[in-house]
Design a protein around this ligand. Structure first.
Ligand SMILES: [Zn+2]
Length: 295
């Protein structure tokens, strides 16, 4: 019997996995390929990445379904395979998950914008998130993570879709913020405070930030927002700012420097920590070691 996840979060810091996308690029995925297609065509690689994160000490891995909405898959002509690809992703992660570990169904942004930037409607977003959620839940994920959201309105449609289908499944939602002179804002211009209070009102259990920011900026964000929400906080920074070298995107940070900032995040009260773009099992293992030293 698996321990209740939210209970675990209330008792100790929980470690999430690191990047999937940059790991897939390292494994040979071409820029025009669809990462979710690898759930069926190269499932052994996906399982191995999940396994490596669990071995590194992660309590939770995210399914390879960041772009698993019909809207996003539609940009590759794969919208009709959404259910199949999402379900295969869950099976891949569950196949290497032991009873004391967890699989989170990952939901990312659709890539389309609501007016005035784009012309997608809230109803279309809701439908697309609903169908992805159904597939993830049917295959047995332990929780849902909605992440890298840059528009609060889109995030709320995803939250609504999840909560209409599963009113009590643990639900984490992390926005992505840019650091500006006046503070931290989403691409659309919302503050963390506004985002977190809206997400709480819509029934999210845990809020936070992932991607875009490197770990030292995430520490600054954490120190600014702690105490401004009653919900537990989750942070997954990138491995530094990306640099292009030989036409390849690389991330310059060392696992040790990353882990030192993860330690700071925990010191400041983060309940969940993990990595985003550029982080690898080595980063998660360094973070795990930092967490062990705190016990
Ligand atoms: Zn990222």
């Amino acid at each position: 019997m698996k321990r209740d996840f939210l209970q675990l979060v209330s008792e100790r810091t929980v470690l999430f996995d690191g990047a999937m996308g940059s790991m897939l690029i390292d494994a040979g995925m071409k820029p025009d390929e669809c990462p979710e297609l690898w759930n069926v065509e190269k499932s052994s690689i996906i399982k191995e990445i999940h396994q490596r994160y669990f071995d590194a000490g992660a309590d939770v891995v995210l399914t390879n379904t960041f772009g698993g909405t019909e809207i996003k898959l539609g940009t590759k002509g794969l919208e009709k395979r959404a259910e199949e690809l999402n379900k295969a992703a869950v099976r891949n992660a569950l196949s290497v998950c032991k009873t004391n570990r967890y699989v989170a169904g990952d939901i990312g942004p659709t890539g389309k914008f609501l007016p005035p930037v784009g012309d997608i409607t809230e109803g279309e977003l809701y439908q697309s998130f609903s169908r992805q959620t159904e597939a993830l839940l049917q295959e047995g994920v332990d929780m849902i993570v909605i992440e890298t959201m840059y528009d609060l309105r889109e995030a709320l449609q995803a939250v609504k879709a999840v909560r209409d289908i599963a009113s009590s499944i643990p639900l984490i939602t992390t926005m992505t913020f840019e650091k500006k002179k006046r503070g931290f804002f989403t691409l659309i211009g919302d503050t963390p405070e506004k985002c977190f209070s809206a997400l709480e009102n819509f029934g999210v259990n845990i809020v936070g930030a992932n991607c875009t920011l490197e770990s030292k900026d995430m520490v600054e964000l954490c120190s600014l927002i702690r105490g401004k929400t009653r919900l537990p906080l989750s942070f997954q920074p990138n491995a530094g700012q990306p640099v292009v070298r030989d036409a390849r995107v690389t991330y310059p940070q060392s696992p040790e420097a990353f882990a030192a900032d993860i330690d700071q995040l925990v010191e400041l009260g983060a309940s969940i920590v993990g990595g985003c773009c550029g982080t690898t099992p080595e980063f998660i293992n360094a973070a795990w070691e930092a967490l062990q030293k705190r016990i």
